[in-house]
Design a protein around this ligand. Structure first.
Ligand code: GLU
Length: 263
C-alpha cells in the first residue's frame, strides 16, 4: 500500500514547543516497520515553526510573518535532524521536500514535484514534505498541512491518506463541549451535513482544525483515495490502520462505477 501520513505539531511537540521524544521515537519506529513490511510511505510533517520556537527558547509561538518564517527556518533543520537520526536507526533514508503553493499549482512545477516523489519511492527513501514556510507568506501559501497532505496524496497517487491529529476523528457534535458526542466511524460521502459538522456552515464546531481536514478529505476522496483521521497520541495506531481495523473516521475514496453501499 502507498500511504501519505500527516503529523501535526501537537503530535510532535509538547505544549512548550519542545520535542515530544517518546512520541516521535515511536512514530519513526512504527513507520520504519511499516516500510520494512513493504509499504510505500510519504510523510507530511508540520512542526517547523513549533520546533524553531522551542529551539530558540521563545516563550510563545511568533505571531507575525517574519517571526514565523524565521522560526520555521530554525525549526525545519531541527525537524529533519530528528527524523534523519531516528529513521537512520532503522536504516531508512529520509528526504526533505519543501513546497510552496506555486509548486503544486503550476503544472510544470507540479510534474517536477511528482517526478521527484516517484524517484524517491523507487529508491525506497522516505519523502518528508512540509510547506516552505520561510518563503511562503500566509497570503500566498497553501496555508496548512492538512491541505498539503491532501495535495501530496493526489500527486503521489496514494491509496491512503492518514491524518494523525490530537482528536480521534470527526464527531457528530463537539466532543470538547458535549460529552455525548459520538465518533463517526465512516463517511461514505462528504455531504453538506458532514461539512456542517466540521464547522463549514457556521456551526460552532471549529475546533481540532476539522475544516482543513475536510478540505484534505475532499481532495483525496475525489481522486479515489481513502482518508483516515486518527489520534496520533499513540503512533502504534498506524498498525491497526494498515491492518484494516476500524480506527478513527474513515472517508471512503470515490470508486469509478461503484458506490460504497454495495462495493
Ligand atoms: N508548515 C507549518 C510548520 O511546519 C505547519 C502548518 C500546519 O500545521 O498546518 O510549522
Amino acid at each position: 500500500m502507498r500511504a501519505v501520513i500527516k503529523v501535526g505539531t501537537s503530535t510532535l511537540t509538547h505544549g512548550t514547543g519542545q520535542l515530544n521524544i517518546r512520541r516521535v521515537e515511536e512514530l519513526c519506529r512504527v513507520m520504519s516497520d511499516l516500510k520494512n513490511a513493504g509499504h510505500e510511505l510519504i510523510m507530511v510533517s508540520s512542526g517547523a515553526i513549533g520546533m524553531g520556537r522551542g529551539k530558540l527558547g521563545l516563550h510563545e509561538r511568533p505571531s507575525d510573518i517574519p517571526g514565523k518564517q524565521a522560526a520555521a527556518a530554525v525549526g525545519q533543520c531541527e525537524l529533519m535532524y530528528v527524523y534523519d537520526k531516528q529513521f537512520s536507526e532503522y536504516h531508512h533514508n529520509v528526504a526533505q521536500i519543501l513546497v510552496t503553493a506555486q509548486d503544486v499549482e503550476d503544472p510544470v512545477r507540479r510534474q517536477n514535484f511528482e517526478n521527484t516523489l516517484f524517484r524517491l519511492l523507487e529508491w525506497n527513501a522516505l519523502p518528508i514534505i512540509n510547506e516552505n514556510d520561510t518563503v511562503a507568506t500566509a497570503e500566498l501559501g497553501i496555508g496548512d498541512n492538512d491541505t498539503l497532505a491532501g495535495v501530496s496524496a493526489v500527486c503521489a497517487r496514494a491509496d491512503l491518506l492518514v491524518l494523525l491529529s490530537d482528536i480521534d476523528g470527526l464527531y457528530d457534535a463537539d466532543p470538547r463541549k458535549n460529552p455525548d458526542a459520538k465518533l463517526i466511524p465512516e463517511v461514505p460521502e462528504i455531504t453538506p451535513e458532514v461539512e456542517a459538522l466540521a464547522g463549514g456552515s457556521g456551526s460552532s464546531l471549529g475546533t481540532g482544525g476539522m475544516t482543513t481536514k475536510l478540505t484534505a478529505a475532499r481532495l483525496a476522496t475525489e481522486a479515489g483515495i481513502d482518508m483516515i483521521i486518527a489520534n496520533g497520541d499513540h503512533p502504534t495506531i498506524l498498525y491497526d490502520i494498515f491492518d484494516g481495523k476500524p480506527v478513527g473516521t474513515h472517508f471512503l475514496g470515490k470508486r469509478e462505477g461503484s458506490n460504497h453501499d454495495n462495493a
